[in-house]
Design a protein around this ligand. Structure first.
Ligand code: GBH
Length: 491
């Protein structure tokens, strides 16, 4: 028995996939990520306006699993000095966080600027820089000002103009210190969950058409901000700007051509949907033809996938200085064959069914399984298909019950980072940095506080919101210091 245990201690890491014994390049930057709504709290303090998430949850607490809300969350609006101390203790040189649009423009409109909000972020960013930490600032991580939702939200193309106004104010006020900007976080999540499933704000179930219009408006908004930066700020401020896209890595369920096609469909309908217009130009061909065909059969004289005008195509194409990639999980994909024509629906347009490998380790959230090699494969796909020049992995992380002893998270991060390193060293993919999700436990949207992604624990029962390093936090601290994923790396 003892022999067996010993054997498995020494052999298991090898069997589970070799962890690289190489060092991360000196130029590679380690960091951590958060988002305003999930950590700040102070939801109506110092002149902040209401966001669509504030309204959605206050209106009906049952929309959140544990009936909690983000009114206080991690209280980072007040405890930001402590957050910076944590980042310093981790030793990271990147911090990805988001600015709350309604905190600086209470209605989302440029006529009324909340100076207290501007001052808050200015002070915070200065303090970060003094600590030697470079900010990656996301302009929009899902907290749309409620007023703009009432104006039509992400279905109204005019919202792109409002986003541009907001972005300009952010560039003007923070751009001397911020050199990496992300316009919009995970447009797909907003469109599919907020406008498709209706589980997050605005709670609409427009799975036939709203999901596609939402994507178009978010891409126009992103492009607007990009061009404003390019035309008015880049020469002087010299930063970089892009958007952040999330996707699974989709593994064909079998070697069959049908399943390979299924995986391709899955990737085009999830990643290509947003990446293609920006990095290549226009929606993916597969989406255009499939949705146009089905629309025609459904009785439409136009496609439910709204076309870009020639001018819009040009406006959106090329609006990137890097690729911001959020990657957590893999999926196995199958082509279902064509669904019968009936109620129009994004999922029927796509024609796939997905699952996960039998041996992939599950987390505590239903959608997240550990599939480390997916990270390497996805980085190669993004690198070869979209030619982004530089990739930042802007989110990646593991859900658990929040205990300090979180070996599962260490295993996950170690294996994913090892595959990321292989992509850099073995495959020549230029990954410049990694911001793990998340710096600390926080408000996990409609999962409330039931799902914990932090490498640092937050005590939500204490008014102090006490922060405590988990074992994964200590492990990450060591990786950052040594640039090595195991006890000692080859020199
Ligand atoms: C990130 O999205 C978010 O950017 C971040 O705010 C969040 O805290 C973090 O994930 C952890 O969840 O429930 O089957 O409809 C990650 C990508 C895309 C994963 C949508 C969950 C919903 C799957 N997310 N997906 S399902």
């Amino acid at each position: 028995m003892k022999v067996l245990v010993l054997l498995s201690v020494f052999w298991l890491p090898g069997i589970l996939g070799q962890i690289s014994n190489k060092k991360f390049p000196e130029s590679f930057q380690f960091g951590a990520a958060t988002a305003a709504y999930q950590i700040e709290g102070a939801w109506d303090e110092d002149g902040k306006g209401e966001s669509m998430w504030d309204r959605f949850i206050h209106e009906d607490p049952d929309r959140v699993k544990d009936r909690q809300n983000a009114d206080i969350a991690c209280d980072s609006y007040h405890k930001w000095r402590e957050d910076i101390e944590l980042l310093k203790e981790l030793g990271v040189t990147l911090y990805r966080f988001s600015v709350s649009w309604p905190r600086i423009l209470p209605n989302g409109t440029p006529n009324k600027i909340n100076q207290a909000g501007i001052d808050h972020y200015k002070t915070f960013i200065k303090a970060l820089k003094e600590a030697g930490i470079e900010p990656i600032v996301t302009l929009y991580h899902w907290d749309l000002p409620q007023h703009l939702l009432e104006l039509g939200g992400w279905l109204n193309e005019q919202i792109a103009d409002y986003f541009g106004e907001y972005a300009r104010i952010a560039f003007k006020n923070f751009g001397d210190d911020v050199k990496i900007w992300a316009t919009i976080n995970e447009p797909k999540s907003t469109c599919l969950i907020g406008y498709g499933a209706g589980d997050s704000p605005p709670g609409l179930k427009l799975v036939a058409d709203g999901v596609y219009q939402c994507a178009k408006v978010q891409l126009l908004a992103h492009a607007k901000a990009y061009h404003i930066y390019d035309d008015e700020f880049r020469a002087q401020q010299g930063g970089r700007i892009s958007l952040v896209l999330d996707t699974t890595y989709n593994e064909p369920a079998s070697d069959s051509d049908a399943d390979k096609f299924g995986a391709e469909l899955e990737t085009e309908f999830n990643l290509g949907w947003y990446a293609n217009p920006v990095y290549i130009g226009d929606w993916p061909e597969l989406m255009k033809t499939r949705i146009a065909n089905r629309s025609r059969q459904e009785g439409y004289s136009f496609s439910r996938l709204p076309e870009f005008t020639a001018e819009q195509l040009k406006y959106v194409n090329g609006t990137f200085d890097y690729f911001g990639l959020n990657m957590y999980t893999g999926l196995t994909a199958q082509y279902t064959g064509e669904f019968d024509i009936g109620e129009p629906n994004y999922y029927l347009d796509k024609g796939t069914s997905t699952s996960h490998g039998a041996d992939w380790t599950p987390s505590t959230v239903s959608w997240l399984y550990s599939y480390p090699v997916g990270m390497r494969k996805l980085l190669n796909l993004v690198w070869n298909k979209y030619n982004p020049g530089t990739i930042y992995v802007t989110e990646n992380g593991w859900a658990s019950d929040g205990s300090l002893n979180d070996q599962g998270r260490i295993d996950y991060l170690q294996a994913y980072l090892s595959n990321l390193l292989d992509a850099i060293l073995e495959d020549g993919v230029n990954v410049a940095g990694y911001t793990t999700w998340s710096l600390m436990d926080n408000f996990e949207w409609t999962e409330g506080y039931t799902q914990k992604f932090g490498i640092i624990h937050v005590d939500f029962d204490s008014p102090n919101r006490t922060r405590t390093f988990k074992e994964s936090g200590r492990w990450y601290q060591k990786v950052v210091a040594t640039r090595c994923l195991i006890d000692s790396c080859d020199e």
